[in-house]
Structure formats: C-alpha cells, structure tokens
Write a protein that binds this ligand. Structure first.
Ligand code: ADP
Length: 422
C-alpha cells in the first residue's frame, strides 16, 4: 500500500477513492478508522472517511492523527489530506491545524493546498478560488449554514488557521510544467513557508502539479489534485503497473432498492423520473415518522406486497418550501434525524431479508445507512455518473452500495445504475 488518505467527510472520501481508481490505483475506502485485519495485499490506496469537517479543530486533529497512525502502520509512504473543493472551513477550523499536525507527525516540512477541481468548476488563480467562474465569497458558499466562505483568497483563509506561514505557487510557474512547479516548491519551502496554495485552471495543471508533488510526503487538496498522482507515482517507480478502472462490479445475487433522503434538485428529478418510469414508490412523510404513525414496518409490509422483481423506491425527498415547513415544526436536526433513522432501519431490514443492492441518495442519508448496516470498508467499482461509483462492502455483510451525494447524477440515475452490476 502506497497512498494513505484522510478525508474529512464520507461522500468526499468516495469522490477521492473514485478519482484514484479511475487513474489506476486499486483503492479501498473505510468509514472511520480501518479495522485490524483489513486485507490490503492487493491495494494501492486506502481512503479513511472521517466526519471531521465541522467539528472543533482539536478533535479534527486528534481523529486525523489517529487515522495517520493507522495508515503508517498499514505501510503507507505517501499521504493525502482531502477536504472540499470549496475549502469548507471556518477561521477556527480545521484544514490548517490538521495539515500542520500531519506534517509534524509525518516528519515533513512542507506541503501544498490545492482544492482546485476544474472539471467541477473549481479553479484557483492568483490564490483566489473560483466556483463556476464566480469568486468563492460571491458564490452560494457565502451562505453555507456551517462554513460560510466570505473570503476568496485562500492564502488569507488558510493563514488564519495556521501557525506557520502560507506561500503561493502561481499560475506562471504552474503553466510551465512540473520542473518549474518543483522549483517553486523549493523556493517556498526555503522561504520558510509551511503550506503553499497552488493555482490550477485545468487538468493539465493538475497533472503537472501531481508530477511535481511526487516527492512530497503529504499532499492536501480536493479530489481534483489526486488526478495526477497515480501516474506520477508510477513514473517515479513508487508503484508497479496502474490498474485499469473496472467497467462493472460483481454484486452478490439478491434484490435491489432505492432509498432517497436527499432533497437536492438533482435527487428530486431522479425520484420523479423513476416514478414516471414505473418504479413502485413510497413517499415518507417526516411528520408521520415523528409522531410514530409511520415506521419501518409499514414500509416493509408495502415492499412485501410488491412483485419480487420490482425495485422499490422509498423517498422523503421534497420541495424546499415543504422541507422548511417540516423543519419549522420539528426543528432542522430532529427532522433530519427521524428521516435518516427510518431509512437506515429500512436498509437494515431489507438487507436482513436478502436485498443486496442499494442505491442511497444523500450525503447524510448515506452516512446513516452505512452506519446502520455496520459497513466498515468498501471496495470501489465502476463510475455510474461523475463522482458516484458502485461500491461493495468488504465487511461480513456482502452488499453493493451506490452512495450518491445529493446533487450528483443524471435524471435517470435510479434507472440506469443497475447496468453496472454483474
Ligand atoms: P444532500 O446530499 O442532498 O444534502 P443529505 O442526506 O445529506 O442530502 O441531507 C438531507 C437531510 O434532509 C437529511 O438529514 C434528511 O434526513 C433530511 N430530510 C429528508 N427529507 C426531508 C423532508 N421531507 N423534510 C425535512 N428534512 C428532510
């Protein structure tokens, strides 16, 4: 195992694992710290998914160091700290402290910070992060409920979180290619900078940065910056041949279901399309769940009456104004919690009855389902749509899972996902 990765949330971890798989690394993802005995013989990269994005910095540091210790013990020689491509963090948090703590733990003096992901509209120019062409502080991230981003200059954002100085490798150097970038790293390091923000506007930049970063023990960034690392590690002789990404995944025989707890636009379109195509659908009313009149049992009895070949869709997805009305009555956390718990209970019961293929929509919802099922480790299979792979549990419980973060996937996602299963 070469590359040990620490991701600050679950769907971000999956996104990174998929990028590494696509670029040729055999990758396994764990939820939380890897358990002893996980077989890593045929694995090039291990991605540990934490839930550390919005917790206090000291806790994020502790969890990340614990993950690093496991990765070192598993034989990792290169390390990656993954955060969001919109650099989600507060002035009190977590990217700077975790990056500095990892540098110290790994006995390294310098790293880079590059959340750029041009394919998804995130680019960095002169240290400023743009989201679909709009400066970060003017994008929707300005009003994010947990991590409002009100400064587009990542050098300033990061410096407010670090003890050490923050440097910058600008477009001029990046565009010249790997040797110039490597020199710029050396220049920043000898000027005493601990972390440098690196500009990147396209995939060629990401590949050149990957090549230049091959000697860095620690790289930090979004999943975009992982694009260039596998080939760079291969060319540097750090790993053997690259492995072509899988085009299908062997899934255990059994029935399939869709569980949707996301209210994002993309998910609501997918629900609509699936209903139009004839998937039997059960709409979950959060108020009925909260007052106890709707339980997992009701849904299981409904599924029991369907044809054994049907793919049931259980969804709570709803329009923003209805979601707000529910939140006003139950409170946001309670509304989220009752729906997540119900869908996790349904997932558990379905798997106990022999369902083995689940599509789950929603980041928090996916976390609840994965925890409910007790799935600790996943192998990464084919990409269904950008950012969403099929995965297969490596735990005792053998299930195929597609964990879709809310806004991902084309409208026919719930209909076409099954094609990639063998
Ligand atoms: P996304 O990836 O789209 O953000 P998440 O699963 O992360 O989806 O978050 C959606 C949240 O909304 C979850 O906590 C879920 O339980 C909650 N939720 C789902 N349906 C409803 C609803 N109809 N009303 C209120 N909250 C809901």
């Amino acid at each position: 195992m070469l590359l040990g990765c620490i991701a600050d949330d679950l769907t971000g971890a999956t996104d990174l694992a998929l990028m590494l798989t696509r670029e040729g690394l055999r990758t396994v993802q764990t939820t939380g710290l890897p358990q002893d005995g996980l077989d890593l013989d045929e694995v090039d990269a291990l991605v540990v998914a934490l839930k550390s994005r919005a917790i206090p910095a000291a806790q994020a540091v502790d969890q990340s160091l614990a993950a690093a210790a496991k990765l070192v013990a598993a034989g990792a020689r290169r390390f990656f700290f993954k955060y969001c491509s919109t650099f989600d963090s507060t002035d009190q948090g977590n990217i700077g402290p975790v990056a500095e703590a990892l540098l110290e733990r790994l006995d390294a003096e310098f790293t880079i910070a590059c959340p750029a992901f041009p394919a998804t509209g995130r680019s960095i120019y002169m240290g400023q992060l743009f989201v679909n062409g709009v400066p970060l502080a003017e994008s929707g991230m300005r009003d994010h409920p947990l991590t409002p981003m009100r400064d587009s200059d990542l050098r300033r954002v990061l410096r407010r979180q670090t003890r050490g100085e923050v440097g910058h490798v600008a477009y001029d150097d990046v565009d010249k290619g790997a040797p110039a970038i490597r020199q710029a790293f050396a220049r920043e390091k000898s000027a005493g900078r601990v972390i440098a923000i690196v500009d990147a506007l396209n995939d060629a930049h990401l590949r050149a940065i990957g090549e230049a970063a091959v000697e860095l023990k620690l790289v930090t960034g979004g999943s975009g910056i992982a694009l260039g690392l596998p080939a760079a590690y291969r060319n540097a002789g750090l790993i053997g041949e690259l492995t072509p990404p899988p085009s299908a995944i062997a899934a255990p025989a059994g029935r399939a279901a869709v569980l949707a707890g996301s209210c994002s636009t993309a998910t609501r379109d997918q629900v609509q399309r699936a209903i139009e195509a004839g998937l039997p659908a059960f709409r979950v009313d959060p108020m009925a769940v909260a007052d106890g009149s709707l339980t997992a049992d009701t849904i299981l009895r409904w599924i029991d009456r369907l044809a054994k070949t049907a793919i049931p869709l259980v969804y709570s997805s709803d329009a923003p104004k209805n979601v707000q009305a529910i939140q006003a009555r139950l409170g946001r956390d309670q509304a989220g919690h009752v729906v997540e718990k119900l869908l996790a209970d349904v997932a558990k019961a379905l798997v106990a009855q022999g369902f083995t293929r689940l599509v789950v929509a929603g980041g928090e919802t996916s976390g609840a389902v994965v925890n409910g099922l007790g799935v600790k480790a996943l192998s990464i299979g084919p990409e269904i749509d950008p950012g969403v792979p099929w995965t297969r549990s490596l735990s005792q419980l053998d299930v195929a899972l597609a964990l879709k973060s809310g806004n991902f996937g084309s409208p026919d996602f719930f209909l076409k996902a099954w094609r990639y299963l063998q």
